[in-house]
Structures are given as C-alpha cells and as structure tokens.
Design a protein around this ligand. Sequence first.
Ligand code: PMP
Length: 326
Amino acid sequence: MPKNDTQRKNLWRKILFTKDNFMETIPFDDRDGVIWFNGEMVPWREARLHVLSHALHYASCVFEGERSYAGKIFKLTEHSERLAMSAEALGFDLPYSVAEIDAACIETCKQNDIIDGYVRPVAWRGSEMMGVSAQATRINVAIAAWPWPSYFSPEARMKGIRLKTSDWRRPDPQTAPVMAKAAGLYMICTLSKHAAEAEGYDDCLMLDWRGQVAEATGANIFLVFDDGKLYTPTPDCFLDGITRRTVIDLARQRGIEVVERVIMPGELKDANEIFLTGTAAEVTPVGEIDDLKFSVGKITQWMMEDYDKAVGKEEAKDSGDDEAAA
Ligand code: PMP
C-alpha cells in the first residue's frame, strides 16, 4: 500500500503503463463532458460536493453500474428500480421517479456521445446535517457516463481470472442492508480486492458470514459440476445481480438446469467450470481459486456467447464496431 505521495505516484505510474485502456487512467474528476446533477447537466469538472456531505462520513449513499452496448443501456429500468430499492433500504426516497432516472441516464449518454460505455447513477445524503441522524438532509442524485470496454482484459478473460479467498466475509442480513447496492458495503470489497491484488490475484472469492460461498467483490459466481447443471449460491446475503438473473434465464433457454443452493468452499474442488457474472465483468471465466485450477468449459463459453448476444454485442460486431466487441 502506498504510504506517501511518492509511493502513490509510483503506483499510479505502474497502473498508467500497464493498463491497456487509456481512459481508465484519466482521473475521474478531470474529464471532458457533462454530468447530470440533480436534474441539470453540469460541466464534468464542476460536478462537485462539499467535504461535509453526510454520505462521505456515514456512507449514506447508493449507486448503480450499467452498461450501454451499441447505444442502448442494457436492462436500464431494472437498474433504475434497484437504485430506488437501494435508497429505500437506506431509509430515503429518490426525488425522481424510475422513469425520470431512465430518461436522465439516456440523456447523459447522448450528451457525452457514449455508444459503448459505463453508466453510474449515484444518490446520497447531502451536507445539511452532520451526525448519525440525518433525517432532513437533501437527497442528491447524479449520473455520469464514460466509455469503458472490458473490465478484465480479453486475454485474462479467456485464460480465466485468478481469485483468492478473502479473509473478509459478506455480512449477515441482520448486520447490514445486504440487498442494497449501498456504498458502505463496498468497504469490505475494496479491502478484499486490494489484499488479493497485493498477492498477484485478479479478484477474490468472498464467503458469507456462515462460511458459505457468496460472490466476488463486484460479481456473482456460477459453478458447473459433473452432472452438467449450473449451480449458484442462493442470494440471501449479497446482491442478486441483474446479470446473474439474465444468465439464469439464458441457461434455462439452452435447456441447462440451474440450481440455487448453499455451496460450501469444500465443493469448489469438484467444479469443472466456474465463472463470474456482473454488469462490468459480464461473463468472466475463473481459472484459479487459491490453489485450485479450472478450465474454461463449454457451458461457460455458451453463456459468454449468449450474454454477448443478449446485450447486443453481436449486432455491434456485425456493424464493424470493434470497441463493443472487446
Ligand atoms: N455483487 C456485487 C458486490 C456487485 O457490486 C455487483 C455489480 N453490481 C454484482 C454482484 C453483480 O450485479 P449486476 O449483475 O447487477 O451488475
């Protein structure tokens, strides 16, 4: 971990020269474009908030992660609905309807010329009150969008990414609002992912508070055993991803039986294929978990293909748009 400015700069340089996607390396507060901010488009660099914002101190913040493929945001309304549900789970109502958020996401992409990109709506308690109780704070909503091809590089995807089991666990639903896409829940994800990256892994596998297999830091997990069925943990203490639900539907359309049940870490050694699903990760094969190795099998490849088709990547490929096909 960087301890001072020089170490931080060196880490930044390392990231800058090793990432293949230049856009990822431009600081997020210093880009061109506009951001939808409480109902208005503001210049990108002016979309700022005060240091005494409740969300910054007390994590009263929810967000979404969406992707636009060939000019269309995949499952847009499901994401806007989840944003509203997450806000409600944190005790606040969004000052905009789901239809208004949908329209604002589309407009943000349009005004930033985003065809294939990532969309980030965020809602948070403002700076009117500072303290644990914050009943009268304004609820702010912003939406940013930027070009973003693949979360994991295409080579890493086909080899399968490497996961390390995290020491941190997904909390009990009585400890935190686990169904919400709430900023506070990502504290353990960042801690876990940094620990995994420090040992050369791509991401980590998180167990839940009971020691059952849960998910990765930003994606759900699927496994294929000898019986050829697709298994995934029951989402009772982590996000039931929109991609997860899409992949379950796609698998069933292929005639593959999908089983949601408790999966214990001891069962991982019996899996023939493992993959992750998420808006950013899409369908990403897993090649290793700790000292176990897995190959990229037939069902994983089918799900990658079917998902690419479902999101509209195939259309983009046919029309010669390489970026969307990355
Ligand atoms: N789990 C976590 C912790 C996530 O951050 C995400 C990404 N939103 C997912 C799972 C997958 O969710 P989705 O498929 O809706 O992107």
